[in-house]
Structure formats: structure tokens, C-alpha cells
Design a protein around this ligand. Structure first.
Ligand code: ATP
Length: 318
């Protein structure tokens, strides 16, 4: 698969603030890529550079082989952009909003009418197409906004926090729609968000972006592996006796072992893979082992680790 979006060593400085720091990124055709980061991480700045709205201080970037810095108009023809709050003409109906955009993009009256109906159907707004957009809910407005960006048949859609302010049901519908549109149209999607659960749900790959730097990247499994490589092996141990006593025993045997107590169980972080040795120590010291499990993690744990700089992963899934 070819890279539709490519950034090499991109730096963006605003006077003394480095908003993006040596960012390199490759996004393949048909991928949904999530740029996950807290406020101020540099997500919007990255998106604005990709749209040709601001220039990088250093480095280069391409969208379908075209540099937004050199040919911003060319890039705008291929890329649809959905901001966190879409501006719609409140006094026009959903359909009138779309036909207007289509007409402005050079489509005939007949084509505009057809396109508007087709897209309203695809984003699930056919039932409300004659209703004034001002009366739409936040979720409906975002869906209308997405239909609007699709009028020019972009090959890439960039979304900046597209679900802000939408209710949970609306978010779910919106995310499913993004996935469906990608499947149907094979578009490439770059989605920025600080909502890890949303990102986890629909993105093929996730980049964890903090202070302008990409700290880790991959699908959920490989992100998890990167963390575990760093933190070694983690186990959850439950005994009939108090977790505290087991924790004390294990750390007295090996001072490199770290333990935390969570929900009455001991979570052990160790540099070596040694299920056998650990359980033997516990049993040999007279404890009754009820369960012994290797832990694995979801994106929420990974996010906590990177964003909050936690030393241990306290709430790993098993
Ligand atoms: N025009 C600007 N002038 C000066 N500093 C800016 C400008 N735009 C952004 N910044 C700074 O660059 C950094 C990255 O901001 P950016 O808006 O890209 O982050 P973000 O991840 O999109 O966060 P948010 O979700 O809050 O928008 C921040 O420290 C911000 O204050």
C-alpha cells in the first residue's frame, strides 16, 4: 500500500514555542489513523500544516505526493477537512446546504441535487434533509459537515476532534459512519482526538502525540508490546492470604521486583519472565495461590502511561 500522507522530520515553531518537534509519519491508503494527544500536543498545528494553512519551520510533508507548502490549492482539491465545530447555513435545510456547496464546486444543478441526496443518505440524514440545519443536533451538524466535505470526492479526509460536544449515542453513530465511509470509498482518514476510547474503536493505527512529539505508534497490540518491552513482564497474583504479605515476600526475595496492590491482588512488574519461579516462591512460603495471570493492557492503560508518565500500570486488563 502506498503512503497517502507522509511527514519527514517536520518542525513547527511559534517563536519560542515548539508546537511540532521532528514529526515523521506515514499513513497508508485506506487507513484510519488516530492522532491521539492531550490539549496543546500539536495536533491542530499538524493538521493545519497538512492543509497548507501554515508552513512548517523545517522538514517536509506530502499528501498524495503533493506538498501542501508548495501547492496548497492542489492539496485542498484532494483533502476534505472536518473541524470540531462545522459551520452550516442555519437558515438553509440540510439538502440546501449541500447543493450550495456542490454548485460552488462547479457541479450542475442536476448533479448537485443528485449528490446532495446520495450523501445525505450515506450519512444517515435523508429523513431530515428538508429540515433547517439550524434545528439539527450537534451530531447531525457534524454528519452534515462530513457530507459537505465529501462533495468534492476527496481521497483523504482529515478530522480535528470531530466528536466534540456530541452525545454518546451520536458519537457511536458518527464513528460507525466514518468506518463505513472508509470501507465504501476507500478514503484515507486522519483523525485527531484526545478520546482514547473513540480512537481505539475505529483507528487501524494510533500515534500517541505529546508536546509535539510522537512517543509511540502502531496498532493497539504493538503499542501494548512497546510498553511491555519497556516495563518487562507484569502479573496479577491472588492468594488466600493478604496481598500485602505476598508483596512483601516477593520484594524481599528480589529487590528489582515492583509490586502494587489492586483490588486485593498483587500486581508484579519484573524484568524477567518467570511465572514458574514466582509461583514456586509463593507456594514454598506457605501461601495458597488462588490465581496467577499474565496481564495485558488496553489503550487506556497505554494512554495513562504516556500522558501521565506513570511508572506502573495499575489497572491492566487480564
Ligand atoms: N498561532 C499560534 N501562535 C503561537 N502558539 C501557538 C499557535 N498555535 C498553537 N500554538 C501553540 O502550539 C502548541 C500546540 O497547539 P495545538 O493547537 O496544535 O495543539 P492541539 O494538540 O491541537 O491541542 P488542542 O486540542 O487544545 O487544540 C500549543 O502550545 C499552542 O499554545
Amino acid at each position: 500500500m502506498s503512503n497517502v500522507i507522509q511527514l519527514s522530520n517536520v518542525v513547527k515553531k511559534y517563536k519560542e514555542v515548539t508546537a511540532v518537534n521532528h514529526l515523521s509519519l506515514k499513513i497508508k491508503k485506506g487507513e484510519i489513523y488516530g492522532l491521539l494527544g492531550p490539549n496543546g500536543a500539536g495536533k491542530s498545528t499538524t493538521i493545519f500544516m497538512l492543509l497548507g494553512l501554515t508552513e512548517p519551520t523545517n522538514g517536509e510533508m506530502f499528501v498524495e505526493g503533493v506538498s501542501p507548502t508548495v501547492k496548497p490549492i492542489e492539496v485542498k482539491k484532494r483533502v476534505g477537512f472536518l473541524p470540531d465545530h462545522v459551520g452550516v447555513y442555519e437558515d438553509l435545510s440540510g439538502k440546501e446546504n449541500l447543493t450550495l456547496t456542490a454548485r460552488l464546486n462547479g457541479f450542475s444543478k442536476l448533479e448537485s441535487d443528485y449528490k446532495a441526496d446520495e450523501l445525505l443518505e450515506q450519512v444517515g440524514l435523508s429523513h431530515a434533509k428538508e429540515k433547517k440545519a439550524g434545528k439539527y443536533s450537534r451530531g447531525m451538524k457534524q454528519r452534515l459537515g462530513l457530507a459537505d466535505t465529501l462533495i468534492k470526492d476527496p481521497s483523504v479526509v482529515i478530522m480535528d476532534e470531530p466528536t466534540l460536544g456530541i452525545d454518546p449515542k451520536g458519537i457511536q453513530e458518527f464513528l460507525e459512519m466514518i468506518q463505513r465511509l472508509r470501507d465504501e470509498r476507500n478514503i484515507t482518514v486522519l483523525l485527531s482526538s484526545h478520546h482514547l476510547h473513540q480512537v481505539q474503536q475505529i483507528c487501524d493505527r494510533v500515534g500517541i502525540f505529546v508536546h509535539g512529539e510522537l512517543l509511540a505508534e502502531g496498532d493497539i497490540d504493538s503499542l501494548q508490546q512497546q510498553l511491555l518491552d519497556k516495563n518487562s513482564y507484569q502479573y496479577e497474583i491472588e492468594t488466600k492470604e493478604s496481598a500485602d504479605r505476598v508483596a512483601k515476600l516477593l520484594t524481599s526475595q528480589d529487590n528489582k521486583i515492583q509490586t502494587t496492590i489492586y483490588d486485593g491482588k498483587v500486581h508484579v512488574t519484573t524484568k524477567k519472565r518467570d511465572e514458574g519461579e514466582l509461583s514456586k516462591t509463593i507456594i514454598d512460603n506457605g501461601f495458597h495461590l488462588l490465581s496467577f495471570r499474565k496481564m495485558s493492557y488496553g489503550l487506556d492503560d497505554i494512554y495513562q502511561q504516556y500522558f501521565q508518565g506513570g511508572d506502573t500500570l495499575g489497572s491492566g486488563k487480564i
